[in-house]
Write a protein that binds this ligand. Structure first.
Ligand SMILES: [Zn+2]
Length: 379
């Protein structure tokens, strides 16, 4: 049977047979995965995706079963500011304020609710609302468990606003899920999707359980061709994420249209894989390594280091919540720059070249001043 593109159903697909060299991957909950997965690239809609096989689905479900309930470190969501007590989802809703005005009392669905980060932010943000959380099992934080109604069946239920926060990229059959969700939408209901941005987060390809690696164009094509209107895309709310807001289109689906993004093609993807392999090989030779930033790629590289050969691994991160994490494999504590002890090691920066905060700028300046440190900006 010929494989069809997960989004546009085209059979015009390129198989990547030479990407298997990178054996190890990482799961979205930062665990090492040694399973293989096959990649496909749709020539029609330019979507880079995993080949959905029985074993791939089984391996992903295994990852989800072992998702720690306390993934976000006893907090319901990742906190962005210590002073204001702002969570990421609070920031999201405030930034989308203009698009979230409703006159009447609304029914909100947090689809794939997890601990309930979106539900929690919605409780604070909306005045007249009833919030429903849907997931395979109820993992809602006890702080909101009584204020949000957990459901595991969506039949005959209608909502005015549906959130899919870090859910869409995990769907094995996105068309089916979204078409079903459409039946749960009232007329003029809104849908909000939050996913990793493949353009600004190229290392998304090493995340095993991300079924699709999405660009803005991929998302617009999908929702346009699935009967949604007034599509708005935001790439600047979070640096490495795309947020899409759209409305249910009640008129019949028009002729399919596609936007093209030629920046992501087979060669770009191939280069990204080679680059990750290159850094991994380089890092394996170091006796002492420091990572600046506890990103996905830092975690991936650390997970692949040989525990017996590598003498010292350190991680610096300015985000205090990140400092509470501990990378199990090496029992590494994450420290901030003031607690960091230099031992002439190379520092691998896992932050983007675009440095936003003044604290980061200042820290980097201090790092550079110390002559004993080699900096690698490329991570
Ligand atoms: Zn396609």
């Amino acid at each position: 049977m010929k494989f069809k593109c997960l989004h546009c159903k085209s059979e015009n697909i390129i198989y990547f047979n030479n990407l298997r060299n990178l054996k190890s991957k990482i799961s979205s909950n930062f665990k090492k995965v040694n399973k293989s997965s096959k990649f496909l690239f749709c020539k029609k809609c330019k979507l880079f995706q995993k080949k959905i096989t029985k074993s791939y689905i089984k391996n992903c479900i295994h990852i989800y079963k072992n998702y720690e309930k306390a993934f976000s470190f006893n907090e319901i969501d990742q906190k962005k500011s210590r002073k204001k007590n702002l969570f990421r989802s609070d920031i999201l809703l405030n930034k989308l304020k203009k698009h979230l005005k409703f006159k009447k009392k609304i029914k909100i669905l947090d689809y794939g609710s997890g601990k309930g980060a979106i539900s929690n932010a919605s409780l604070k943000f909306f005045k007249k609302k009833k919030i429903y959380a849907y997931d395979v099992e109820n993992n809602l934080d006890e702080k909101i468990n009584k204020k949000v109604l957990f459901i595991n069946n969506l039949e005959n239920k209608k909502f005015n606003l549906i959130f899919l926060s870090h859910v869409f990229e995990h769907l094995f059959d996105p068309t089916k899920v979204i078409q079903n969700l459409k039946k749960n939408m009232e007329d003029n209901a809104k849908l909000i999707i939050q996913v990793p941005n493949f353009k600004t987060s190229p290392y998304d390809i090493i995340v095993y359980d991300h079924v699709v690696h999405l660009t803005k164009e991929n998302l617009i094509n999908f929702f346009n061709n699935n009967g949604f209107k007034n599509i708005k895309v935001f790439e600047n709310i979070f640096e490495k994420e795309i947020i899409l807001v759209c409305e249910k289109n009640n008129s019949k689906i028009k002729k399919k249209k596609f936007l093209f993004n030629n920046k992501i093609n087979k060669n770009v993807i191939q280069k990204r894989f080679w680059y990750i392999e290159k850094i991994l090989n380089q890092i394996k030779r170091e006796k002492s390594i420091t990572f600046y930033g506890s990103s996905l790629l830092s975690n991936f590289l650390i997970l692949n280091l040989d525990k017996n050969k590598t003498k010292k691994v350190q991680i610096i991160d300015d985000n205090y919540l990140e400092q509470m994490k501990q990378i199990d494999r090496f029992k590494i504590k994450i420290c901030n720059l003031t607690r960091y002890k230099s031992n002439n090691d190379k520092i691998y920066l896992s932050i983007s070249k675009k440095i936003n905060s003044d604290i980061q700028k200042n820290n980097l300046y201090n790092l550079k001043k110390s002559k004993s440190i080699n900096l690698y900006y490329n991570l």
